[in-house]
Design a protein around this ligand. Structure first.
Ligand SMILES: C[S@@+](CC[C@H](N)C(=O)[O-])C[C@H]1O[C@@H](n2cnc3c(N)ncnc32)[C@H](O)[C@@H]1O
Length: 276
């Protein structure tokens, strides 16, 4: 997959791409080193502490049922359930990521409150009115925000349901080289515009900047991956290992140049009293 814009990238392409990053020991070790938690996020920089604080801000009770859209290897899904007592469902396009997520979950105390499924977060095959919140951390690059928001609205229940999108965007025009390296046209401004889509769908939104902690995380991650380049090349293949490192280098360099923004968008529906 080398040329997909968000609107034209298919779920099969997303799956193929993310399948190729799974069960690569050098990647797992680098994330564990950068994030300090082997079950933490995958290419996301979010941590269990961040999720716990988010859940407290939004007032999620143990009765809450939360969809983790684009859950990857599920570390954050499980951490959310473990830290808050809520029920969490992780959905990802990558069958390999979901397989890893299920293996890692087995035997953990929160296992009976967490489940994972393979599917398209932009058009999820899940029961309407069955979630109190949808979370999309580092996953909203390839789904159209307008249609996805409409589908998520149908999934939500209760007086004041929430959607939380955490997304990084690079504030300069993309080059062909960027796309070749990052495969993520959506990283480059102004696409995808979740804020406008959520507002247009009737959500009240609050935006916070997470650029600084993300920059620190990306620095640590790049350093951890760069030290493992020989292992990356032997475990992924020469070209793929090299490209993986180059992708993270784009992110690190854009942060260093001050052209990268990591944004948390909290969207609440219903207009009642806000607990945040
Ligand atoms: C950067 S990873 C983030 C994983 C996780 N949220 C975390 O923070 O650790 C992005 C994930 O989103 C998934 N993804 C992207 N678009 C998707 C879609 N339309 N449907 C399902 N999963 C998707 C990818 O397969 C990948 O696992």
């Amino acid at each position: 997959m080398s040329s997909g814009a968000p609107a034209s990238t298919t779920v099969a392409q997303i799956a193929e791409e993310w399948d190729s990053y799974q069960e690569i020991p050098a990647i797992d070790e680098a994330y564990a080193e950068a994030l300090g938690d082997q079950f933490a996020g995958q290419f996301s920089g979010a941590t269990p502490d961040y999720l716990e604080q988010l859940a407290a801000r939004l007032g999620w009770s143990p009765q809450a049922r939360v969809l983790d859209a684009g859950c990857g290897t599920g570390g954050l899904t499980a951490a959310l359930a473990a830290r808050t007592g809520c029920t969490a469902v992780g959905l990802d396009a990558s069958p390999a990521a979901v397989r890893v997520a299920r293996t890692r979950l087995a035997g953990r105390p929160e296992a009976d409150r967490v489940s994972y499924a393979v599917g398209d977060m932009g058009d999820p095959d899940l029961a309407p009115g069955s979630f109190d919140a949808v979370l999309a951390i580092g996953s909203g690059y390839w789904s159209d925000p307008v249609t996805t928001t409409r589908h998520w609205r149908e999934l939500l229940r209760g007086d004041r349901p929430a959607v939380v999108v955490v997304i990084s965007r690079i504030l300069r025009p993309q080059t062909a080289r960027d796309i070749e390296l990052t495969l993520q046209e959506g990283l480059f401004a102004p696409h995808p515009d979740w804020e406008t889509a959520l507002r247009a769908a009737g959500f009240d939104i609050e935006v916070r900047d997470l650029t600084e902690p993300d920059a620190e995380c990306v620095e640590r991650l790049y350093a951890a991956l760069a030290r493992r380049l020989p292992a990356l090349r032997s475990q992924m293949g020469d070209a793929a290992g090299q490209r993986y490192l180059a992708e993270v280098k784009v992110l690190r360099d854009e942060h260093r140049a001050g052209r990268m923004r990591r944004t948390e968008i909290v969207a609440r529906f219903g207009g009642g009293r806000d607990t945040a």
